[in-house]
Design a protein around this ligand. Structure first.
Ligand code: SAM
Length: 275
């Protein structure tokens, strides 16, 4: 079933206006493939019928499902390793030296997908900083996909997902068998506040944070959207806070504020004071 140019452009525009995600021309095959299961589950005759409904019902549930179907959710535990090492050996120790934080640190995983990133953070904190009992370290994790957030909250992972990056000794320590799956133990799940947040809209209710993991999501946005999001970060990240981007991503246009953290082999940037 192939998508017409007109229908592709409708989906392209809808996605851009509702999530900031930019779909280049030539991605028709991707839209076709990803909307296919929605065509079946929502009982449309074909993609065209789905797009016709979308045109007339932009605010409804179908729109959310279309956005969800078109997001890329690739992730894994301790993805890229280095950022987590940098967090453990340099970033948290640096923040522990700041009396002005009042022994509170908030970490935001800003596009948490199915949860492996925030759970990696929670397990790392439980493993390496259990001694810091006088510090309160909170993790907020958000995503645009309710489907992903439901999975995040369940803390359930398949053997395949576990095999992608979870250190072997963490398995018995932080997860338990639940049927054919593994589930994050309550003590880890309760460390994370999962919530819906569309990076392209207002960041309502987000607290000030000290560390942001915003990895492998800016790549889906156009240059001006990336810059707008980086400017919004300036308002939520505390002075001297840290921003982790995906490897190969950079704070283009705001390099004067997000300066490479010199102890880091990761895409880790420290927020510099306004000039
Ligand atoms: C490739 S995953 C990255 C997951 C994780 N940060 C990592 O690096 O492994 C990208 C995630 O960004 C989310 N996303 C895309 N557009 C978004 C938006 N406008 N607001 C919030 N999340 C968005 C998707 O739903 C998806 O879960």
């Amino acid at each position: 079933m192939s998508i017409s140019t007109d229908d592709f452009q409708t989906v392209q525009k809808f996605l851009l206006e509702n999530s900031g995600i930019s779909l280049a021309a030539g991605k028709e095959y991707l839209v076709e493939g990803r909307l296919q299961s929605l065509v079946y589950s929502e009982k449309f005759d074909d993609i065209h019928a789905l797009v016709v409904k979308l045109r007339g019902d932009r605010e409804g549930d179908l729109g959310k499902k279309v956005v969800e179907a078109l997001t890329t959710n690739e992730t894994s535990f301790f993805r890229d390793k280095h950022p987590f090492e940098t967090l453990k050996t340099a970033v948290i120790p640096d923040l522990f030296n700041k009396p002005e934080l009042g022994k509170r640190i908030t970490i935001w995983s800003a596009a948490s997908s199915s949860g492996q990133e925030p759970y990696s953070l929670a397990m790392l904190l439980a493993d390496s900083f259990a001694w810091a009992t006088d510090w309160q370290i909170k993790i907020v994790a958000s995503d645009i996909s309710e489907e992903m957030l439901t999975k995040c909250r369940s803390g359930l992972y398949s053997q395949f997902e576990i095999s992608r990056g979870l250190p072997a000794h963490y398995l018995p320590r932080f997860l338990q068998r639940t049927g054919s799956q593994w589930q994050m133990k309550e003590e880890i799940r309760e460390r994370i506040d999962f919530r819906y947040l569309n990076l392209y809209e207002d960041w309502v209710g987000l607290p000030r944070v000290d560390i942001i993991f915003m990895r492998n999501v800016l790549i889906y946005f156009e240059a001006d959207t990336k810059k707008t999001i980086l400017e919004k970060i300036l308002k939520v990240l505390r002075p001297g806070g840290y921003l982790f981007l995906g490897s190969g991503e950079a704070p283009v246009g705001l390099e004067n504020r997000f300066q490479p953290a010199d102890f880091s082999t990761s895409a880790c940037f420290k927020l510099a004071p306004a000039p």
